[in-house]
Design a protein around this ligand. Sequence first.
Ligand SMILES: [Fe+2]
Ligand SMILES: [Fe+2]
Length: 167
Amino acid sequence: MLSQSVLTAMNDQIKYEFQAAFLYLSMSAYLESLELPGAAAAMRQQSDEEMDHAMKFFDYINDRGSRVTLQALEQPQTNFASPLAAFEAALGHEQKVTGLINAIYAAAVQEKDFASQQFLDWFVSEQVEEEKSASLRVARWKMAEGHPGAMLLLDHEMAEGSEGAGE
Ligand SMILES: [Fe+2]
Ligand SMILES: [Fe+2]
């Protein structure tokens, strides 16, 4: 069984991962509305990955003989000032999630819960990749802003998953 502090933090994390999935799906809908199908597809895939993250916590809590408690989600942001503004919001969300993962890790260290630390190691590395790819998107869409040709090129790259940012 998980300690109460680790269990509470992990149940909260299921919500944050689904909240991220919801936000990225909302961004995908926004990008579709701008006729940027490549960027929309990339954010939809990002949304799927966040659901996988939520389910990793779901399975792990069950594996440890503890109880999953799902929580209500908030309505995600539905409108953005520009694609750049959406990617900046995505980066902000990833930075917040990194802080949350670190806080769960700290709770697992405090409880001398070594299995949870090992489980969380994957998320620590994943957040490095997530922040890296989100930062690269922000930097590149900043360069392209106001230049339709450059924006179409970036959209095309995102369709192919060839942004060079890794997964
Ligand atoms: Fe995640
Ligand atoms: Fe993420």
